[in-house]
Design a protein around this ligand. Sequence first.
Ligand code: NIG
Ligand code: FE
Length: 408
Amino acid sequence: MRYFDQVIIDVNLATMDPAQPAAYGAIYDAAVALLDGNIAWLGPKNELPEFDTLATPVISGKGKWLTPGLIDCHTHLVFGGSRAKEFEMRLQGVSYQEIAAQGGGIVSTVKATRAADRESLFVAANKRLTALFNEGVTTLEIKSGYGLDLESEIKMLEVAKLLDKHHPITIKTTFLGAHAVPPEYKGDADGYIDLVCEQMLPKIAELGLADAVDAFCEGVGFSNAQTRRVFEKAKALGLPVKLHAEQLSNLAGAQLVAEFNGLSADHIEFLDEAGVKAMAAAGTVAVLLPGAFYVLRETQLPPIELLKQYQVPIAISTDFNPGTSPICSLKLMLNMACTLFRMTPEEALAGVTVHAAKALGCVDRGMLAVGKRADLALWDIEHPAELAYQFGVNPLTQLWINGKTSIT
Ligand code: NIG
Ligand code: FE
């Protein structure tokens, strides 16, 4: 007789486990047994091992679909202010790069974030987090990068850590000090990179505030050489790296992040074959951000066929931020990955589960398999493609995080 904490029966599983041969790694008329926050058993219901049916809670999924909890692996969820005025400017024809050059863009959010206290940052971010939670997100990454001085970067990361403590969603934090040149370093990007490498990174590592380090390698951000300096320091401190790369131009950021065995290269609309090859060799995940593509009305599509050809795992994320992706819905990103990027609903779902887990270096989750964390979402749908197909109606019925029921 086996012992379980909880057993879920009468469900169809979209395991997203590549070891399962069917589309979506599906197992029909299945059961899942949980123990100590993990999946202890799963398979067809008629093969469920014997367990103490009197002592164990048994939940019926009533024929619905169970997927891994969704993972949003690239967000800028903590920030002050709003950029609605810039939205209006962009609609009048001013580009994202022009707005940045005029001291708007990221720098305008930096001003608002520096001025905000921890409490207001927490309250605003918590609302966004709850919106994502209500549509099945169980793990989410939050980047700093709107503080751009030591004190304000620490403030942002501490708010992210507080959210992790007080909200059921598991938060992973990323230090994005090299996001933009702050006003006080205008014209001296190298001087700012000195500050990032010599003061900010060591302090943030010492305080244990970041799980990873990111940078914005772009004409309006930092050069390849400046990004390399940040990565070298991160490596020396034992922190994994990832990169905002090839979003608006190609600065060979993908090769750079691959050289450091980085977790992911994100955006990558202008990625070329050399970059794809480097990512494939390094096991670096491609994170596509259809929300930013949509909001900036970009026309250059990420090289999806090349990524598939070289078997680079593709993750999908909201990139939730006040400038280029003020869209707080990972479910909408599933739809956009299909409609804008021509991915299949199955590829899109893999992008917010198994591949997003890899992008965060959290391989203990992201698929339904024995030994993985019991982060589960139960959906009132007839087919898993519905998750990408339909938007605006919420089919989420129940959510488990680390084996604990969070929404019923
Ligand atoms: O991922 N590209 C850089 N960072 C964000 C945009 C941040 C902003 O505009 O505030 C992004 O798109
Ligand atoms: Fe981003």
